[in-house]
Ligand binder design. Structure first.
Ligand code: NAD
Length: 271
């Protein structure tokens, strides 16, 4: 239909790329209008829908991002930092919105995104899940409301293959709690404990890490004081939450002015 938003997926053969192709098929108001991969990828020339397991989409995966981005309203990018920056420049030239989920961006990458955002809407979020972004905002709000007689502890669990601890999301929750309390996580954070640790210092923000099985990602932030405990929990049971958040962001950019936006902007969350 004419008013459907035309979406392009770069890195369409990747884990998130395929998830995004499937998510577009399930989302009203948008249509898959282009897909790319690395020029040397085996996926070039294949149908993006067939590759994602949803049947023919009528969109062949190409190797020319400039041509693809020029023909879409918004492009979604879950690839790699240097590649993403190039795509953001192309989106800026074409005046197309770009939704970026790529992680591992350094300050130079972010600076490039800020430049691109002068010419097109750029949504950038290291975690695109609507639920996780909402949890971050709630944690900041609760930490702002409670004083440091409430001990903050963050518990996370992930599958046995995860190599880093605590998770990036747990650290993000810690930063949200610290921001709410007006302190710096680098000073207040206690990333692990063992042995004779002594009593818990007032104001500490503690972390505990569990690893096992196939858990995609559970996070609980606990505020504990004498006589009561408040716990805020998010449990991910599928990676489609990131694709769903990215699609929601893409639709939100329709008619939006150029600028660098976060998921808080997309969700209307004021922190
Ligand atoms: P992946 O390796 O499965 O997919 C990346 C894809 O990008 C690959 O298919 C690769 O061939 C493709 N690619 C590389 N160079 C390209 C180029 N020049 N042009 C087009 N495509 C190119 O990885 P993944 O698990 O899908 O994750 C991708 C990124 O998204 C990572 O940075 C990951 O951390 C991030 N991620 C973010 C969120 C979030 O919520 N923000 C969620 C999941 C993953």
């Amino acid at each position: 239909m004419a008013d459907e938003m035309k979406i392009g997926i770069v890195g369409a053969a990747g884990r998130m790329g395929q998830m995004l192709v499937r998510q577009i098929g399930e989302t009203d108001g948008c249509v898959l209008a282009g897909a790319t991969e690395r020029p040397d990828s085996d996926a070039i020339g294949k149908d993006a829908g067939t590759l994602a397991g949803i049947g023919t989409a009528g969109v062949a995966i190409g190797g020319d991002p400039a041509a693809m981005i020029a023909g879409v309203d918004a492009v979604i990018d879950f690839t790699a930092p240097d590649v993403t920056v190039h795509h953001a420049d192309l989106a800026a030239q074409a005046g197309a919105a770009i939704i970026i989920g790529t992680t591992g961006m350094g300050p130079d990458h972010v600076e490039s995104l800020e430049r691109a955002a002068r010419h097109a809407p750029v949504v950038f979020a290291p975690n695109m899940s609507v639920g996780v972004n909402l949890l971050m905002a709630l944690v900041e709000q609760v930490a702002r409301t409670l004083d440091d007689s409430y001990d903050i502890e963050i518990v996370e669990m992930h599958h046995r293959h995860k190599v880093d601890a605590p998770s990036g999301t747990a650290l993000g929750l810690g930063r949200a709690a610290a921001a709410g309390r007006g302190v710096d996580l680098d000073e207040a954070g206690r990333l692990s404990r063992e042995g004779h640790t002594g009593a818990r210092p007032r104001g500490e923000i503690g972390f505990a890490t569990l690893r096992g099985g196939d858990v995609i990602g559970d996070h609980t932030v606990c505020f504990a004081t004498e006589g009561e405990r408040i716990e805020l929990t998010h449990k991910a049971s599928g990676r489609q939450i990131y694709a769903a958040g990215a699609l929601r962001a893409a639709l939100w950019t329709k008619g939006r002015a150029p600028g660098l936006y976060s998921m808080n902007d997309v969700l209307g969350i004021e922190v």
